[in-house]
Design a binder for this molecule. Structure first.
Ligand code: NAD
Length: 492
């Protein structure tokens, strides 16, 4: 077959109007933080993008006070229809500035531009459009009569989908009538700060959304602040556990979206070509920095060799490199710290006896990179089969019967997502019913929609984001009424 090469097709950064340094966004304005500032860099080049303020205790106090004032004086007095108008306005501005946001996200996070352009940013707009529609219909969300906002929400988000996680947090909170103080991750603050400019453009009343930057200590000050009524955290299970402990008994309502170790189960009757694409999307999308990534491939023994061979052939066609190049499939690892963790766990995989295969990619000289990697001969006790690698590393395990697949899939402390590939609808439904995972995809993977609730079991956290379930996390209500309970007339 003739070898086709791709000419570079980099997206221009000319559309960005970045400042050299960014303050904190509090009470509708950028102000200087009082903590030690830090730099955000491009993980693909290690070049500095901007200087970022860090919020200390005093700044967190000011931000929470601004959110409280805005709640008391403006936001809680607006009708749902008026809140909805602001959310629609934000959604449209995200669409207008979509290209700029996508370029900034790829620059700061390292994800390929085709993903930030075609997945992250469109979903951000979709989230605001969706919750804009709910703002004046809260009485019909199945959350009991007259559901009420909680007050001030403290929100802390990770670096893997910086702007999308911000949208998942802010859109339902505002629709439900809360005000917000949100902290983006320290390695990816850029799009949140551009979003602050969008809030100014949208004329959102001052203090309704406050964006404070900083590292884990800023996050800890925020979630433990006595002035917040609600804590919403997305990040690692270790930090989630610490937050659950420190907020216990405070009366703060808490939702935790944590890690995962999803099984992607391929039966021998699956459409194999389609499954290969789904496996690739499941674990190599966003460099595997995905909480619901299909990081454990469970494949039926009689098709294992075929699936692994075809997977290796497909991975050999992926292009790793400049995140801003439109042809790039695999971008940069978000930070040196994360790269070290991926390397360490992959080395452990080899030491424990699994067989390592790595796609033959040219690794750029600067920046943080890890080529797509597959481990075969993995057993359920191996650390690469149990711990979240959060990188482009797939562990392959085999099974013979559906019962064995279910038992292996559930043999994890996590329970966020799973995938099933089979030609038989009855098998899909039977297996899905027995998987302890918040989301189960059938003959597809990593599909997200604002109307569809997302969240975990066990160490993957609790609470749901998305759909009307996502509103429940931000409302004081007389009880959750599931559609089944309502249809059975069980509503009290
Ligand atoms: P992390 O827990 O280290 O950091 C997440 C956020 O918490 C960051 O903003 C960080 O600054 C902040 N933080 C750190 N220590 C804190 C503390 N003591 N108190 C309050 N805030 C603190 O996680 P990460 O490495 O940024 O993100 C990766 C993790 O996030 C993975 O485990 C991944 O699975 C998970 N994640 C889950 C979902 C989901 O929806 N379930 C989505 C995306 C990522």
């Amino acid at each position: 077959m003739p070898f086709l090469d791709y000419a570079p097709a980099p997206e221009s950064t000319a559309i960005l109007h970045l400042r050299e340094s960014y303050g904190l966004f509090i009470d509708g304005e950028f102000v200087d933080g009082h903590g030690a500032s830090f730099q955000t860099i491009s993980p693909a080049t290690e070049v500095k993008i901007a200087e970022i303020s860090a919020a200390n205790a005093q700044d967190v106090d000011v931000a929470v006070a601004a959110a409280r004032r805005a709640y008391d004086r403006t936001w809680s007095r607006l009708s749902g229809a008026d809140r909805g108008k602001y959310l629609f306005r934000i959604a449209r501005l995200v669409q207008e500035r979509a290209r700029e946001l996508a370029v900034a996200e790829s620059l700061d996070n390292g994800k390929p531009i085709k993903e930030s352009r075609d997945v992250d940013v469109p979903l951000v707009a979709a989230w605001f459009f969706y919750y804009a529609g709910w703002a004046d219909k809260l009485d019909y969300a199945g959350l009991g009569p007259n559901p009420r906002a909680l007050g001030v929400a403290a929100q802390v988000i990770p670096w893997n989908f910086p702007l999308l996680m911000l949208a998942w947090k802010i859109a339902p909170a505002l629709a439900a009538g809360n005000t917000v103080v949100i902290k983006p991750a320290e390695t990816t603050p850029l799009t949140a700060l551009i979003f602050a400019e969008i809030l100014q453009q949208a004329d959102l009343p001052a203090g309704v959304v406050n964006i404070i930057t900083g590292a884990g200590d800023t996050g800890s000050l925020l979630v433990n602040h006595p002035g917040v009524n609600k804590v919403a955290f997305t990040g690692s299970t270790a930090v989630g556990r610490a937050i659950a402990k420190s907020t216990a008994g405070t009366g703060k309502k808490l939702t935790l979206e944590l890690g995962g170790k999803a099984a992607n189960i391929v039966f021998d009757d699956a459409p194999i070509d389609q499954a290969i694409e789904g496996i690739v999307n499941g674990i190599f999308f966003n460099q595997g920095h995905v909480c619901c990534a299909g990081s454990r491939l469970l494949v039926q023994e009689n098709v294992q060799d075929e699936v692994v061979d075809r997977l290796k052939a497909r991975l050999s066609t992926l292009r790793l490199g400049d995140p801003l190049d439109k042809n790039t499939d695999i971008g940069a690892i978000n930070s040196r710290e994360q790269l070290d963790r991926i390397r360490e766990l992959s080395d452990v995989g080899e030491q424990e006896g699994a067989e390592r295969w790595t796609a033959d990619c040219v690794i750029p000289k600067d920046g943080f990179w890890f080529a797509p990697t597959i481990f075969t001969n993995v057993s359920t006790s191996h650390r690469i089969a149990r711990e979240e690698v959060f990188g482009p590393v797939l562990s392959v395990l085999s099974f013979r019967t559906p019962a064995e697949a279910i038992s292996k899939a559930n043999n994890t402390p996590y329970g966020l997502s799973a995938g099933i590939w089979s030609d038989k609808g009855s098998r899909i439904l039977g297996v899905a019913d027995k998987l302890r995972a918040g989301v189960v995809w059938a003959n597809t993977f990593n599909q997200f929609d604002p109307s569809s609730p997302f969240g975990g079991y066990k160490e993957s956290g609790y609470g749901r984001e998305g759909g009307r379930h996502g509103l429940a996390a931000y409302l004081e209500s007389s009880g959750w009424h599931s559609p089944a309970a309502i249809s059975k007339g069980a509503r009290k």
